[in-house]
Design a protein around this ligand. Structure first.
Ligand code: UDP
Length: 466
């Protein structure tokens, strides 16, 4: 290891939406000369090991270390180590309780390996204290963009949701560069009223305040008003170094040639015209009732558009697959999402607005139909539809872990609008523009490339003084 080589520890939350970008972030750091070690739990280990194996032949290496996840001690079923395995809402606090029990094991590894910095997920507020014990900087990774970070900060500070009479009465989040309108229905239960989780979020905020800064998977040109607001008005030290997935694109291309590329759906897409297919996927954690799945099926069929629809679980209405076999391709389970989005036959993306999916849509230059479900997705929807104007909302009104609130007619209308409506050409043009900006940001000299260099420089300087 060269004298000035930085060794960074990455400690992601055990959920696909945090694991995937952390892997990409680690690859990015390694390709810029750092050494990266990812800390995870035994069940999640193979995801990291496999990914690390794939880049070895490029001369890049990611080290992975496992710590035991105390599922049973926290009241979770044995073997439950990732958030998509949680079968009911009441297991969520137990999952977070289990994560608080990881501190000692992490500190043992910090002691053993002596890294130069710790990039830990926002959901591990105690990690700031752990890093301080070893005199190294702790960086926070939220897995969100600047727009959502700013809106959540002001929402939690000014609490405009307390001044409305009902859950459906709109209010504006104060002091943001744009008018961001919400209702209480679109907020997480812990932002509507005080719960155990509200206290936890306060701890997260506190740990952020005392941390070295925040790494954001975004690029300046995507949300310049909010990158500035976050830094200058809210006073947060932060570095935007994304989209991580694009930073690694060159390496990934070499890898995909040999595996996922042969997925049947990509061959199916090869037979389709440019911009003719809508890709429908709701991330790694969504749950739909059977009646909601039926509404999606009816809505897609009535739109008369070709589609790829990813279904994690649930029952597809009888006869649907047979009736739509010429027009549709159904994937049960895990889809090669980034490869699908990049295919030229994809004309739009019906998304739940998870931040990774949002960035993947942006990076592929496709307009979107937005159907937010939970987390900060209702904010990402506003960035897509109101600020960037590269998508239309399906009309989801309620933050909910189990989805059952959108009618087929609304789905048909939004899908038709984004695929073939009057505004679709203009939206597509804007989406293409944003894609170009994303690619530029990660090139040498681009905004994300430069910010990563600036971060490395700061970390090296601290290291020299320690
Ligand atoms: N993803 C995928 N295939 C699937 C479902 C999800 O590759 O079938 C990936 C997707 O590309 C994204 C991540 O899983 O990188 C989901 O993260 P996001 O933030 O969009 O949503 P979450 O799953 O956290 O709700």
């Amino acid at each position: 290891m060269a004298d000035d080589q930085l060794h960074i520890f990455f400690f992601p939350l055990m959920a696909h939406g945090h694991i995937i970008p952390t892997l990409d972030m680690a690859k990015l750091f390694v390709s810029h000369g750092a050494k990266a070690t990812i800390i995870t739990t035994p069940l999640n280990l193979p995801i990291f090991v496999q990914s690390s194996e794939k880049i070895k032949h490029l001369g890049l290496e990611i080290y992975v270390k496992a710590i035991r996840f105390p599922a049973v001690e926290a009241g979770l079923p044995e073997g439950c180590e990732r958030m998509d395995q949680l079968t009911s809402d009441d297991l969520v606090p137990k999952f977070f309780k289990a994560t608080t029990m990881l501190q000692q094991q992490l500190e043992l590894l910090l002691h053993e390996c002596q890294p130069n910095a710790l990039v830990a997920d926002m959901f591990f507020p105690w990690a700031t204290e752990s890093a301080a014990k070893f005199d190294i900087p702790r960086l926070v990774f939220h897995g969100m963009g600047f727009f959502a970070l700013c809106a959540l900060e002001n929402l939690r500070h000014y609490k405009p949701q307390k001044n409305v009479c009902s859950d459906t009465e709109p209010f504006v989040v104060p002091n943001l560069p744009h008018k961001v309108k919400l209702t209480r229905m679109k907020l997480a239960p812990y932002d509507r009223e005080e719960t155990e989780m509200t206290k936890f979020i306060e701890q997260v905020k506190g740990s952020e305040f005392t941390s070295f800064g925040v790494i954001v998977n975004s690029f300046y040109e995507l949300e310049p008003d909010y990158a500035d607001y976050y830094r200058k008005v809210l006073g947060k030290r932060s570095w935007h170094v994304g989209p991580f997935l694009l930073c690694n694109r060159k390496n990934e291309e070499k890898i995909h040639k040999s595996d996922d590329k042969h997925h049947e759906c990509l061959q199916w897409l090869d037979t389709k015209k440019q911009n003719s297919v809508i890709y429908v996927c709701f991330g790694s954690m969504s749950n739909f009732t059977d009646s909601q799945i039926e509404e999606i099926a009816l809505g897609l069929e009535a739109s008369e558009q070709e589609f790829i629809w990813v279904i994690r679980k649930g029952k597809i209405p009888e006869g649907f697959e047979e009736r739509t076999k010429e027009k549709g391709f159904i994937i049960r389970g895990w889809a090669p999402q980034t490869l699908i989005l990049d295919h030229e036959a994809i004309g739009a993306f019906l998304t739940h607005c998870g931040w990774n999916s949002t960035l993947e849509g942006v990076s592929a230059g496709v307009p979107m139909v937005t159907w937010p479900i939970f987390a900060e997705q209702f904010l990402n929807e506003q960035l897509i539809t109101k600020v960037l104007q590269i998508g239309v909302a399906v009309g989801a009104e309620e933050w909910s872990i189990v989805v059952d609130n959108v009618k087929s007619e609304a789905i048909t209308k939004a899908v038709k609008c984004v695929m073939a409506g009057e505004e679709s050409m203009e939206m597509r043009r804007r989406a293409e523009e944003v894609k170009k900006m994303a690619n530029k940001a990660v090139e040498e000299g681009g905004s994300s490339y430069s910010d990563l260099n600036a971060l490395f420089q700061e970390l090296r300087t601290i290291n020299l003084h320690n």
